[in-house]
Design a protein around this ligand. Structure first.
Ligand code: DQA
Length: 146
């Protein structure tokens, strides 16, 4: 069974209460429930973590191969635009990664238009709310089977 690691970056624990005009009312628990349900339907094992700490995210990506993760689904949140460390971890880990965003980062402030992660990800889904995660999961499962 393909094993997918879902990583939610900083402040995504606040979804549902945070900038509702941008991110909507959906909570992280609702997103995680939808991912688990979709994983079950697709015969994939879904492991989920959220962290507000860059180093913790770097650590978990670095251990992905050893932990038999076949693909990573990541919303790096604000670290998308700042973290060379997460970018390098993805490039180094030997596990394919799919980048997702709830909002359309290209339709927002200019500083969000640059993703340091995109060049090392297999692809990116941005702007579809919960559906970004579900589409990203579908892609991650395909990559995991390769
Ligand atoms: C985000 C977009 C980022 O620019 C922002 O910092 C986030 C969430 C999204 O899912 O739309 O925290 O990754």
């Amino acid at each position: 069974m393909p094993k997918i690691l879902v990583i939610h970056g900083p402040n995504l624990n606040l979804l549902g209460a945070r900038e509702i005009d941008v991110y909507g009312k959906i909570t992280i628990d609702e997103i995680n429930g939808a991912l688990k349900k979709s994983g079950k339907e697709k015969d994939a094992d879904i492991e989920i973590m959220q962290s507000n700490h860059e180093g913790e995210i770097v650590d978990v990506i670095g251990k992905a191969k050893k932990n038999k993760i076949n693909a990573i689904l990541i919303n790096p949140a604000a670290y998308t635009h700042t973290s060379v460390a997460i970018r390098d971890a993805i490039a180094a880990c030997g596990v394919p990664a799919v980048e997702v965003h709830i909002s359309n980062i290209y339709a927002r402030e200019e500083f969000r238009h640059t993703s340091l992660i995109a060049p090392v990800a297999k692809g990116q889904v941005s702007g579809f709310g919960k559906t970004s995660y579900l589409l990203g999961l579908e892609a991650a499962i395909e990559l995991a089977k390769k």
